[in-house]
Ligand binder design. Structure first.
Ligand SMILES: Nc1ncnc2c1ncn2[C@@H]1O[C@H](COP(=O)(O)OP(=O)(O)OP(=O)(O)O)[C@@H](O)[C@H]1O
Ligand SMILES: [Mg+2]
Length: 287
């Protein structure tokens, strides 16, 4: 059985995608897990980090992205569906040789438009076809091929994000440890809880991942302490991702043979590995 975990924060630019990619790569390379990543963000950052811009464009032209899945739900009843999970699933995508088993369901810029159209659908249209259930139905046949499924969400809780949450056993909240970035965390908890209750299911708070951490910053040190001491907030994972040039550079699609080469030797590799280990233990506690 796969564990399905979403990466969520309503704030943009806090390291959601970077965290998702790193977890996927370390789960595969350091812990031998079979991983699927699902990119639900129309910005397609995760997709281009993993397969590069050129390949993404080809797939997008051929309709082999998740936008096709969501577009299908808007077509007239008598038209055939275009989404094909087999053609959309990209196998063993990471350009890092030691990362063997990370597969990808790519995103598309077209998701912006689809999201708007889905949101404006008259509700009656979905009595038999709940629009937050599209992804679940689409991935049902492949999900058990994986140990972990990571869903990278856009910085909102729109219908596309709800499709990701719908299949999730839990979620993580990456955040920069400063006042404005952490301000909205209780709101995320509350809205995910309300959505889970409406489904009659549990979507567990796995934890907060501290990103772009600067140990010389008083604000960062104090904010992390405040997060850790607040009993209402999810657990803070103890491996803080440091702010580092090499982590910023990791967004570029370039090959390397090892994750040590990709993330650098100044301790980042070790921290991302221990973060992944903590992540696995927290997720396995769910079972
Ligand atoms: N630990 C880090 N050190 C330095 N730069 C980082 C780090 N983590 C992320 N970045 C950079 O910060 C920017 C935002 O990161 P990322 O794209 O992962 O955030 P995001 O939350 O997914 O953003 P969005 O809300 O737009 O999807 C990127 O340019 C990324 O390369
Ligand atoms: Mg992102």
């Amino acid at each position: 059985m796969a564990y399905i975990i979403s990466t969520i924060n309503l704030k943009g630019g806090v390291g959601k995608t970077t965290t998702t990619v790193a977890l996927a790569e370390f789960l595969s390379a350091a812990f031998n897990k079979r991983v699927l990543v699902i990119d639900l963000d129309p910005q397609t950052n995760l997709t281009t980090v993993l397969i590069g811009e050129d390949k993404w464009k080809r797939l997008n032209d051929e309709g082999r992205t998740l936008a096709t899945l969501f577009k299908d739900s808007l077509r007239p009843e008598d038209e055939p569906a275009n989404f094909d999970i087999g053609k959309t699933l990209q196998r063993s995508v990471s350009p890092i040789s030691e990362v063997q088993w990370v597969d990808l369901l790519p995103s598309s810029l077209d998701l912006i438009d689809v999201q708007d159209r889905l949101a404006s659908m008259p509700p009656g249209r979905f009595y038999s076809n709940n629009p937050t259930d599209l992804l679940r139905k689409a991935v049902k046949s492949i999900i058990d091929d994986y140990d972990f499924v990571l869903v990278d969400c856009p910085p909102n809780l729109g219908i596309v994000t709800l499709n990701g949450l719908r299949i999730s056993d839990g979620y993580i909240i990456p955040t920069i440890p400063d006042v404005l970035s952490t301000y909205g965390i209780p709101q995320i908890q509350q809205r995910v809880r309300a959505f889970a209750e409406s489904l009659g299911e549990d979507i567990a708070e796995i934890g907060i991942v501290v990103t772009k951490y600067r140990k010389a910053s008083t604000v960062h040190v104090n904010t992390v302490r405040r997060l850790e001491e607040d009993p209402e907030l999810p657990t803070v994972l103890q491996s803080y991702i440091p702010e580092a040039n090499q982590i910023a550079a990791s967004a570029e699609y370039v090959g390397a043979s090892t994750l040590r080469q990709k993330y650098g030797y100044q301790g980042q590799h070790q921290i991302l590995r221990s973060l992944t280990k903590e992540f696995i233990s927290l997720v396995e506690e769910l079972a």
